[in-house]
Design a protein around this ligand. Sequence first.
Ligand SMILES: [Zn+2]
Ligand SMILES: [Zn+2]
Length: 760
Amino acid sequence: MHISIKGIVQGVGFRPFIYNLARCYSLSGYVLNNTKGVDIEVEGKKENVRLFLQDIELKSPPLSVIEEIKWEELSLRGYKNFEIKSSKKEKERFLPISPDISICNDCLRELFDPSNRRYRYPFINCTNCGPRFTIVKDIPYDRKRTTMSSFKMCEECEREYNDPSNRRFHAQPNACWKCGPQVRLLDREGKEIKTSDPILTAASLIKEGKILAVKGIGGYHLACDATDPEVVEKLRRRKNRIDKPFAVMMLDINQVKKFCEVTPEEESFLLSPRRPIVLLKRKSQKVLPQEIAPRNKYLGVMLPYTPLHYLLLEEVKIPLVMTSGNISEEPIAYKDEDALCRLKTIADFFLVHNREIEIRVDDSVGKIVDGERVLIRRSRGYAPQPIKTHFTSKKCIVAFGGHLKNTFCLLRKDYAIVSHHIGDLENLEALSSLEEGIEHYKKIFYCMPEVVACDLHPNYTSTALAKEYSRKYSLLLIPVQHHHAHIASVLAEKKIDGKVIGVAFDGSGLGDDGSIWGGEFLVADMKEFKRIAHLRYIPLPGGEAAIKEPWRMALSFLYQIYGKEGKKVACQILSDVVKFEKIEAVQKLIEKNISSPLTSSAGRLFDAVSSILGIRHRINYEGQAACELETLAEEKKESSYPFRIIEKKGRFTVDTLPIIEAILAEQEKGTGLEVIATRFHWTLSQIILEVCEKIRSIFSLNKVALSGGVFQNTLIVRQVRHLLTSSGFEVLLNSSVPPNDGGISLGQVAVACQRVTDRL
Ligand SMILES: [Zn+2]
Ligand SMILES: [Zn+2]
């Protein structure tokens, strides 16, 4: 029988698995890697062949993903034994590369087994675990094309590597104490600290209150004692990071349960081999210092995912802050020299090693909403695993993504390869990271883009790079509207061809009328969209400045309600935090329509409410005002505030001013902030329901796709899903990519693909 398997089946221990399985069922034949996946021929007892086939799907190695398995009966060839044949060379060279995966249980057992030759070896790995994507320099994936090439395997490692029955058969990063990478401890000047065990010494330094830079899989972390508020505060100061939450690494699930509420879904998310940071609700008692995540009901927690982390955490026994190794918003450091230079004002010591990181990859972040996984940042453990699409592109397409939380995406036939997290494109470092990233992916996925997609916004740096790229190679450039891309990302994920109602709620994206959109109801398929409804336009006084200073949006709403008297009302609310002259000056911007573009953004509505309630007038990280408003809101049903849906020629505008008026009246009455925050959330959800119902009655559409940063808000997602499903809608949400701007590169390739296909 001949069997061919497609998917992620190379470099993940698939051939040894097949080899051992065939032997177990006394089958003869062979297995080999080809450029499409794995090829197998087996002969033996009919029943055994059947069981063999069944086990391939049931027991395949943890890192493998079987996308397709085909078999056909052949005449007997009379194989004598079962062997692993060397790879066939064919023209097609594309092969998915596995993401980096957390240490497996077998390796973990060996790590702490004193009789094992890799006892306490910080780089233990096997075909089921360890670094992959971050060490690959070129394809095909084998040791000489990884950053492990400089380490020559010792005899014992070599023997394991060549033994098909061994767990380390063809494990490219295979290494041991004798032949592999080693850890060193340095002071901030880069001078080595003499110690017999750098990890033990590092652990005691952390317990003394020191801050350490720790080299990981995809970059450097800054680590310190998470239980000591003073140390955490010191890290904030040195890192120049105000308020933005830090992630915490905890030894095991029991420790996590001491500090956070953990549902079974959250537990399995934490423990999954991808090991993301999972946002968990803090326990009110026994909480860690507030300084870790000020005014935030969630705590980002991850479990150790490298052997080095386990050795460190086992020793310190306390939760550690493990935050990205950077200053402020720059990309994380991943090259040793750069790290020593950039982080020496933050870290007291450096725990480093000599296995190079080829590409920078941040930790992934996710949370569980209604039992389902939602990704906030899709990076380590996920990227660059391709997302299989239901459409096929004849041409390779590259999409440059958005401006914030940038990712890019390559579409190669029916594989969408969404990149790791590049970050906000607000500094040169991030920009070159995007450019280099694209070149790297082109190489390792063997793909030459023929079409370029980008955001509609001409001033995004990602758009500028896309333009430059398309000019350089004389390629077709397809700009895609921001919110259409959001909705298309859901359609691509959920494999939907027809039209849906698309609700895109986020901070901002340029609309095709030149205004800044962000509270949008579209009727869309992957190719095109019509804007059917949106939140009322409000001036954004000072443009970018209004995003950083929510009080400007508060004033802008008040001006819409009270006209010239708006500043007086604003003064009562803002007198402690903003000078009257400043308020007056900003009101002038609105009155005279100077640098005050119109926006329908839902994010800005959150901002205005947050400021009016006195929660947040200036932000220190993106989405902070909305996040703190969500923290105050409670998980119970409340009535919504009034709003008006105004119809004009089959298009709708949602007037949000009555909401603000109602909130002001509530404040007058002395209603508690928690109640107001809760009612505000229900109001937005109710708006979404009622507008969707109106659109359904006109277009007879019953599927609603929800995307955009607002749908990271747990309460909104729960409420909207509840309201829409109760009204008979089918609700679609992102699950493979984030609903925020990290997901729009996928939407961009989906739209570009449909438009190109039409041109052919
Ligand atoms: Zn392992
Ligand atoms: Zn060795």
